[in-house]
Design a protein around this ligand. Structure first.
Ligand code: HEM
Length: 506
């Protein structure tokens, strides 16, 4: 968010440049609306609607704007026409009916440097290279079979987290639950991607902090991304050199890890010992795949997965725990379900125990409805001009899907601001990309390939947290006084970390 501080002076400069001292609000409808483009709010010269996005919570600002201008709204963000989608029907249109047009990603400064101009999955432009890498992610890295093969990693790391909490909670003082969840996510993702737990390695703290920084930089607003014809903007802000330094840091570590993996024998077929790096290395021997998987690709894909898997997973667990603390009845109902799952409830909940826990899954869906970790998903780019509902959408339009707004739309959800997991009991609505009212993982071609992996970590963690401990708010705080404020980014965190008191049951 430090980068936001560059924004105001730069916007000011752009505004004044070429327009003297007068900044005139154009009250007339923009040229877009007169030619059957989707409705647009009035724009300022040069920056268009950019100033409307610089508040701390763009997903909320965009929802308020959509209430005035409609669920398909065309903004001019600097030089970039941008579509904001805010209803379930429009989300279905973009991510299903016209998904093939909206399946690319814009070229953005940070991913360009960090991920070597789209050599990863998440930011690769739509095309053959992305298609092959997505296939690799779905079939080789994150398939149901691979997710099952990482079960021991999840169970060991969740057990280690429970031990850590048991140690820190013995004083009955509040402790930082956010930090503990963050560590859990880092340990799981580093073992799965690199085959090593970052906490045991000399490079562990460094890579964790650099990946955290990288993920924050990817989520922050960079004015240069909205003025593609002024590439010097990301240089003058110092952004480019900062990211290049990060890339160098990540590269040194990943080069060494890749070399160590290559020195070990290839052809180890034991899925229990496989991690993403050695799976990708073995695909370098596959005649069909080898042209797509260079060492550069391995580094980019691993960076992608590490950053994507680390933040979003712990944020999802944190919001679920926060909502359970604010809603003691839901907490009690969940504890009853989880604690009834085993004859000896002292034992850790395993993944076998989760299959009958319908209320647990309802809690997680409800939490993701209210707090999708990516409130605007990852931006997409339209590859050819199209029309939606008779409105013309120009080629190259950047597209944001406000899943946060859709999750709180009173036309779809009864009492949308309330946390009521019961709404999902007996409902077929799921978050796997078929129900456009609930798409925290996106949908269509660009859907998150890590859903099964993320769901397994989130479910197992929440189940064990509520099974092993009774939880209280600190210092007599009341549920209604909890700070549920948000910090916007590519992932939306809780503004204040979750501080809780835990009492072990056993
Ligand atoms: C609760 C956890 C997670 C959430 C909420 C989440 C959410 C998302 C979202 C919203 C997208 C963009 C979808 C779109 O554009 O329609 C995405 C893409 C992606 N996610 Fe996740 N994700 C999570 C966990 C993970 C994990 C654990 C991994 C891998 C280990 C992962 C890997 C990816 C990748 C590679 C993409 C890019 C897909 C593409 O562009 O084709 N995610 N995720």
């Amino acid at each position: 968010m430090e980068l936001l501080s560059y924004l105001h002076p730069l916007l000011l400069f752009l505004l004044l440049h070429g327009f003297g001292f007068l900044v005139l609000l154009r009250r007339t409808r923009s040229s877009f609306t007169t030619s059957k483009f989707p409705p647009s709010p009035p724009r300022l010269p040069i920056i268009g609607n950019l100033h409307q996005l610089i508040g701390p919570l763009p997903h909320r600002t965009l929802r308020a704007m959509a209430a005035r201008h409609g669920p398909l709204m065309l903004l001019q963000l600097g030089q970039v026409p941008s579509l904001v989608v805010s209803s379930v029907d429009m989300a279905r249109e973009v991510m299903k009916n016209q998904d093939h047009h909206f399946a690319s990603r814009p070229s953005l400064t940070v991913p360009n440097i960090l991920l070597r101009h789209g050599r990863d999955v998440a930011f690769a432009p739509y095309g053959e290279y992305w298609r092959q890498l997505k296939k690799v992610s779905l079939l080789h890295l994150l398939s149901a079979k691979m997710v099952r093969s990482f079960r021991h990693v999840r169970e060991e790391e969740v057990a280690a987290m429970i031990d850590d909490i048991s140690r820190v909670c013995s004083s009955a003082a509040p402790f930082d639950v956010t930090a503990i969840l963050n560590s859990l996510a880092k340990h799981v993702i580093s073992r799965v991607t690199l085959g090593k737990n970052s906490k045991d390695e000399s490079w562990g703290d460094y890579i964790d902090s650099i990946m955290g920084e990288a993920s924050a930089a990817m989520g922050a607003f960079h004015v240069g991304d909205y003025f593609p014809s002024l590439p010097w903007l990301s240089k003058v802000t110092g952004l480019e050199s900062r990211i290049k330094k990060m890339v160098h840091g990540i590269e040194v570590i990943l080069d060494e890890i890749i070399a160590n993996h290559k020195n070990r024998a290839r052809g180890d077929d034991n899925p229990e010992t496989k991690d993403f790096v050695n799976i990708l290395i073995s695909l370098q021997d596959d005649p069909e795949m080898k042209q797509f998987i260079s060492d550069e690709t391995i580094k980019s894909v691993v960076t992608d997965m590490y950053a994507a898997g680390m933040d979003s997973t712990h944020i999802a667990i944190e919001w679920a725990m926060a909502e359970l603390m604010r809603n003691p009845k839901a907490m009690k109902k969940l504890q009853d379900e989880v604690r009834g799952a085993k004859a000896n409830s002292e034992q850790m909940i395993t993944e076998d125990d989760l299959s009958n826990m319908d209320y647990l899954r309802a809690v997680i869906k409800e939490s993701m409805r209210l707090h999708p970790p990516g409130p605007l998903l990852v931006p997409r780019e339209l590859t050819e001009e199209t029309t939606i509902e008779g409105f013309r959408i120009p080629k190259g339009t950047r597209t944001f899907i406000n899943v946060w707004a859709i999750g709180r739309d009173s036309k779809i959800w009864k009492d949308p601001e309330e946390f009521r997991p019961e709404r999902f009991l007996g409902s077929s609505i799921d978050y796997r990309g078929q129900h456009f009212e609930l798409t925290p993982f996106g949908a269509g071609r660009r859907i998150c390939p890590g859903i099964g992996f993320a769901a397994a970590v989130v479910e197992l963690s929440v189940a064990n947290l509520v099974n092993q401990f009774d939880w209280k708010l600190p210092n007599g705080m009341k549920e209604e006084d909890m700070d549920m404020g948000e910090v916007f980014g590519i992932t939306m965190r809780k503004k204040t970390g979750l501080q809780l008191v835990a009492t072990p049951r056993f």
